[in-house]
Design a protein around this ligand. Sequence first.
Ligand SMILES: Nc1nc2cc(Br)ccc2s1
Length: 227
Amino acid sequence: MSIFPDYFAPLHLSLVGKALGKGLLELGVHDLRQWTHDRHNTVDDTPYGGGAGMVMKPEPWGECFDALLDGLEEPPVLVVPTPSGIPFSQPIAYELSEKSHLLFACGRYEGIDRRVMEHAATRMEVRELSLGDYVLNGGEVATLAMVEAVVRLIPGVIGNPESLTEESHSDGQDQLLEYPVYTKPPSWRGLDVPEVLFSGHHARIAEWRREQAVELTRLRRPDLLPE
Ligand SMILES: Nc1nc2cc(Br)ccc2s1
């Protein structure tokens, strides 16, 4: 749900687009203004208590959820991208990929009236999630990123599920960053592929890759290293 539904056209491309074509998931994009009733389709108003900017009114969201929940066999999970949310992560992506129905509420302005999430929590699971410590102009870009991260984990979406196990932040690598990868040519602009990768010695290659992953993690994300 968004006041800028066109942001989601890219979801009909590439990986998510193919999954839609294969019927592995369904996607609905809803313009929040559909649930306004005034001449200007108003979705925001000034904040109680003063302060800069505008706040998204609760009524359109409430009516939108009423309509989208109607007829659902089980309550969906409401995902609300927000800079003040719990950090989104690969484990959370896996959790969400197992849910039957996700709703993404894309806020704009200074945010959504708090009562929207409060009331939603009386009839569905609400997850307020952040993509990182930076502020966007709305939840749409964050939703695109989360949808891609979640959809690729749905069985059948990725051709080779093995590629999911060796990624950065995947459980298989106990949260290490991904090792460096190489392909042909063996030498390029004076830069050679590490010899070990030509050895055909799978145990040595695996050991080298783990060493590289640990070293990269130590340099870039020491917080991810096991104690
Ligand atoms: N990092 C993020 N920034 C924002 C801003 C707005 Br406005 C709504 C959602 C998000 S998620």
